[in-house]
Write a protein that binds this ligand. Structure first.
Ligand SMILES: [Zn+2]
Length: 351
């Protein structure tokens, strides 16, 4: 394929993308639900996942999204599916833990040294690469968010386990890069919760996961899907959400190229982005916790505000988080609004 992956370029300002997940078709899994079980099996499931990936890509292309993804169609959950492919974690042995200090969940147990017997998403990435010449972004869970969804009976140290996961993620990321992925994104919603750990070892573990990559690297930090546990938690955060203030200084000096964050309809003071000056910023301009579809002008408003704190050539319009739990029609409308809103600002910038 005649394209230079190492220095992918989108020949326009404000290239749009999504944080990652998109709704699945109802024939593949029950919509508007997290951890929704698959409706197909074996070979039918394998083909169904590929068909869904193609549809997710087509939806993004029809909406005019510039940097496309798989819409996470081949995974049940952004963290669990990756961990299911690893050795050392017993999914039958479950313990109840508090996830992100927010809600109790029954989680698998780390019973032995963790390892990745074979690649997890590389075949899927290769398949996506075959379907398009557009830049593609691939999301992986971040090390800190992974440890936060497990009970650790082996390492008995969050830092040690995170470090082991970082090494595993790095192996996967290198293979994804070789398969033609242009941006590898690590999802770290846990960075908005465990501030001391973020600064003690969280960002170091993230950099370990991205070590040696020559493609672009991103970290996505958000306030989560629009599910009840998250919306209840958000009610306790007060009128100004300043959580990003804790991680931004160290992220600004980190080796990670892009920071993806939530900016629309949340209580995040947008001037916090100034702390990242110099980094590329994926500005969340679509609220994933609401089924109200933004107008292009809503999106443009958010981007206009962000432009006070991010240089135009470093602003990547995006969604606040994944859209997996939304109705498909709603998600498609939000993609179109994102695209149209970015176009409004492009025109303003060129005027
Ligand atoms: Zn998110």
């Amino acid at each position: 394929m005649a394209r230079d992956r190492k220095s992918f370029t989108v020949n326009k300002l404000l290239p749009t993308s999504t944080a990652g997940s998109l709704p699945k078709p109802s024939w593949l899994a029950q919509p508007e639900k997290l951890w929704s079980p698959w409706k197909l099996q074996d070979q039918e499931l394998a083909e169904g996942k590929q068909d869904a990936l193609r549809l997710a890509l087509a939806d993004q292309q029809q909406a005019g999204i510039d940097i496309v993804s798989d819409g996470e169609q081949t995974r049940q959950h952004f963290v669990t599916t990756f961990i299911e492919h690893l050795d050392g974690v017993d999914f039958q042995k479950r313990e109840t833990v508090r996830i992100r200090d927010r809600y109790d969940a029954s989680v698998p147990t780390v019973v032995d040294a963790v390892s990745r017997p074979k690649s997890v998403f590389v075949e899927d990435a290769r398949f996506l690469r075959q379907q398009t010449t557009q830049p593609i972004k691939w999301a992986l869970p971040g090390p800190m968010t992974m440890i936060d969804t497990l009970y650790d009976a082996h390492y008995k140290s969050r830092e040690k386990l995170a470090w082991e996961f970082a090494k595993i993620l790095n192996d996967e990321a290198r293979e994804l890069q070789a398969a033609g992925v242009d941006i590898i994104q690590f999802d770290e919603p846990a960075f908005n919760v465990f501030f001391d750990e973020v600064n003690d070892w969280g960002i170091a573990a993230l950099e370990r996961a991205a070590e040696g990559l020559t493609c672009e690297t991103a970290v996505h930090i958000c306030y989560g899907y629009g599910i009840k546990a998250n919306t209840d938690w958000k009610k306790t955060l007060g009128s100004e959400w300043r959580q990003y203030e804790e991680s931004f200084p160290k992220l600004q000096t980190s080796s990670i190229n892009l920071i993806s964050l939530e900016c629309n309809n949340s209580h995040v003071p947008i001037d916090l982005i100034e702390m990242l000056r110099g980094k590329k910023v994926m500005v969340g301009a679509i609220d994933v916790a609401s089924e109200v579809v933004e107008t292009p002008e809503d999106v443009a408003d958010t981007l206009r505000k962000a432009l006070q704190f991010v240089d135009a050539d470093k602003l990547y319009p995006c969604t606040n988080c994944g859209m997996a739990p939304l109705p498909r029609r709603t998600a498609a409308g939000k993609l179109r609004a994102l695209s149209a809103g970015a176009e409004i600002i492009r025109k303003e910038l060129s005027a």
